[in-house]
Design a protein around this ligand. Structure first.
Ligand code: ROI
Length: 163
């Protein structure tokens, strides 16, 4: 089994409901077991500011899937939530599910960049990740808690517990 971390984000169509429902779907995936869930956070949009605030969370899963098979499953969940993948790379979205880390693997292909390219620059990823995995060390040797302590929180706040 591989320990992987997944980032969840939404700023459209009832973000809190989107994230809880995505979590339920993750828990139902075959070959996946959700082992830890962060709090649900409010965050300011990164990118264009003329979009609603986001809700973000991070979960740890144990899976026997390969990284690419996991990505297929996550994209399936996104599509069922009504996510349209088009030219809105920095725009509002109903649901975003990103593989942040896949054990200590480093993957760089057309479909996958792991660790996630924005991990170290995004307070809405680092803080929830440090909440559930403070001792985590990235493949490049950086310590999650230290990165989380150093980043500008940009108004990030805990909204509620997820479970
Ligand atoms: N901003 C925040 N706060 N949270 C996100 O999940 C998020 N996702 C994105 C972009 C548009 C970069 N901004 C975000 O994809």
């Amino acid at each position: 089994m591989t320990l992987a971390y997944i980032g969840l984000g939404s700023n459209l169509a009832d973000p809190q409901a989107q994230i809880s429902s995505a979590l339920a779907k993750l828990a139902q995936l075959e070959n996946c077991q959700v082992s830890q869930v962060s709090s649900l956070y409010f965050s300011r949009p990164m990118g264009p500011q003329d979009q609603p605030d986001y809700m973000n969370a991070v979960v740890a899963i144990k899976t026997s899937l390969s990284a690419i098979a996991l990505l297929d499953q996550l994209q399936h969940i996104e599509q069922n939530a009504g996510r349209v993948r088009k030219d809105n790379r920095w725009g509002a979205r109903v649901l975003d599910l990103d593989i942040l880390l896949f054990a200590q693997q480093v993957i760089s292909t057309e479909r996958l960049t792991i660790p996630h390219y924005g991990l170290k620059q995004r307070e809405f990823v680092l803080l929830p990740l440090a909440e559930i995995a403070p001792d985590l060390i990235l493949p490049d040797g950086d310590n999650i808690q230290e990165l989380a302590d150093q980043i500008n929180k940009n108004g990030l706040k805990i909204h509620s517990k997820l479970s």
